[in-house]
Each structure stands twice: as C-alpha cells, then as structure tokens.
Design a protein around this ligand. Structure first.
Ligand SMILES: [Zn+2]
Length: 161
C-alpha cells in the first residue's frame, strides 16, 4: 500500500526501514552496534571522546569504512580503502577527511564545501578537517564555512593545547 501524503512515516520508521544510520538518518554501511558508536562520535565534545567512540565503532565492525577513515585521520595513521561499496555520502566524507589528513587544507575545504552542499551537516567531516588545518595556514574560507553550518552540530572541537 502506498503511503498517502497525510501519512508520512515518522523519522523513527524511516531508520528502522533503511538499517543503521548516522545522526541525521543517512545510511551507514555497517552494523547497528557500530552505527550507534559512530553516532556517539558525531556527538562527541572533543577529539578524545570522538576517538574513543570511533575505536569502539571499528571494534564492532572492523570493515566500517567511514569510522576507519575518521579514526585514521584523527590519530594520524594511514587507513585502508573501504572493503565494501560505500554510500555516496560516505565516499565523499572519506575523501574529505583523507584529503585533510594529507595536509591539503585548501583542497579539503573545497571538497568539504561541496559535500556540505549535498548533505547539509556532517559533523565529523567538519571537525576533523578543522582539527587538521595547519595552525598558521592561509584563511581558506573555512571560518565562513563553519559560520554557515546548520545548528544541529555547529560547534567545533576545542583545539588541543
Ligand atoms: Zn548535524
């Protein structure tokens, strides 16, 4: 039976139908347990909390491409290419954090802007790219990009001392 416009399914049903999702309901290519840890990482207040949650996510699914790429970027260790086909938002996210991890801040900011134009909000992509920017780097419009983030995850992690 086709749902009529007046009977739009709730957010919750949507998640139940599409499988594990991140904090905005986008599908993540992993199991439910790992996705729950990934959502914790998205809500983390600082890089340390996020790293802990990402490690738990990778423990729960050692082939979780998104969490592997994020963990590699925040811990400055090389990460393998995802072994499973990824959702397109996941591919773009992974490209952003990996580019940021190689120190190409301007390129990472450009990719991030394109990515956010599609997805609206992606807290780990933004925070990881922000964290990996060289402290004395040129202003690469990053401030502007951060100012225009939607309110759901608008804050960055405090920079490490
Ligand atoms: Zn958000």
């Amino acid at each position: 039976m086709k749902p009529t416009p007046g009977q739009a399914r709730s957010h919750h049903d949507h998640l139940a139908d599409t499988g594990p999702a991140e904090d905005h309901g986008r599908v993540v290519t992993t199991n439910r347990r790992a996705a729950a840890f990934y959502r914790q990482a998205q809500r983390a207040r600082d890089a340390r909390q996020a790293t802990t949650a990402l490690r738990l996510a990778v423990n729960a699914d050692p082939a979780f491409g998104l969490a592997i790429a994020d963990l590699g970027a925040v811990t400055a260790t090389a990460s393998k290419d995802p072994s499973r086909p990824q959702m397109s938002w996941e591919r773009h996210h992974i490209e952003v954090v990996r580019t940021a991890a190689t120190g190409k801040a301007q390129r990472a900011a450009d990719l991030l802007r394109e990515h956010l134009a599609t997805v609206g909000c992606d807290p780990l992509a933004v925070r990881i790219a922000a964290q990996l920017r060289p402290p004395d780097g040129q202003d690469d419009d990053f401030e502007d990009l951060v100012r225009r983030l939607p309110g759901c995850h608008a804050t960055l992690w405090p920079s490490s001392p």
